[in-house]
Structures are given as C-alpha cells and as structure tokens.
Design a protein. Structure first.
Length: 153
C-alpha cells in the first residue's frame, strides 16, 4: 500500500465510488509521465452529489467540505483507472471551480478544502501545486468541480 492509501487509512477516510462518466471523455489521461484528471464533482460515499450555490445554499465552510470531497472523488477515479494510487508522484496543477453567487469572492478558501487534503495525504512538497480558483455555473448544480494534473513516478 502506498503513502496516500496509508494516510487515508490513518485518517479513517474511505474513498467514494468512482463516478460514472457524464459525457464523451476520458476520466483520466496519461501522456508521458503526466496524469490529467477530468473535472470531478463532490460525490459522497452513498453516491449522491453535494449540490447548491456557495454564498446562497452553502456557506464557505460547506463549500470547503465539498472541495475536500472532490479530492476524495478524484482519488477514487485515479485508483479505478490506474488500479492504485502508487504511481502518483506529485500534484502539479489544480483548477478549482466553485458554483457560487455573483457577489461571492472566497473561491480560494473553498478550494483550500481540496488543496489541504492533498497536502495532508502527499506532504507539503508533493501535495501543493500551482492552482486557480474561479466562480462559475456548474452542471447539475454541483457545488464544486475540480480538475488536476499530477506527475507520475
């Protein structure tokens, strides 16, 4: 078992099921030693999604928890596609999208839920990458969507 899976176990965290495809795309694409993960939503362990607009239906803390759940969903997708989380070397880039009201300006604080999860699982040096956090309308009214790029071993 690799470090990420050991850390998940130590923290008592269970990955949700990998989500079904929502269109015509690959959930994970490997090019050379780079792993590109398509946008992931906040899928709970029971298969339901966290929905709503941050700034109206959800507060910043609830958005943070949704972003953290996206991180777990993403790891489930990667594990499903690669068979293990062992190949992950480091997080390179994150694009965090928050379904929020027009006057909401705390998108970075919401996406910290994802970023802090990655740091806690991979360590400061490997779990913190470049990042963008923006507000937009998301499909199915999901609260957060995140795509990421990882370097592989």
């Amino acid at each position: 078992m690799n470090t990420i899976e050991v850390r998940l176990q130590e923290l008592g965290i269970t990955l949700p099921p990998p989500p079904p495809l929502g269109g015509v795309y690959k959930p994970v694409m490997v090019v050379d030693k780079m792993l590109y993960v398509s946008g992931q939503g906040p899928l709970r362990n029971d298969g339901t999604l966290i929905t709503g607009k941050v700034g109206a239906d959800l507060n910043t803390e609830e958005g943070y928890e949704a972003a953290k759940q996206v991180g777990l969903t993403m790891l489930a997708t990667i594990k499903n596609e690669l068979g293990s989380l062992e190949p992950l070397k480091q997080l390179v880039k994150t694009l965090g999208m928050v379904n929020c009201t027009l006057d909401f300006g705390q998108q970075p604080q919401v996406i910290n839920g994802f970023s802090e999860l990655m740091v806690s699982l991979m360590g400061e040096g490997k779990g913190k990458g470049a990042r963008s956090a923006v507000g937009m309308i998301l499909p199915g009214q999901i609260a957060v969507e995140i795509e990421a790029i990882f370097q592989l071993q």
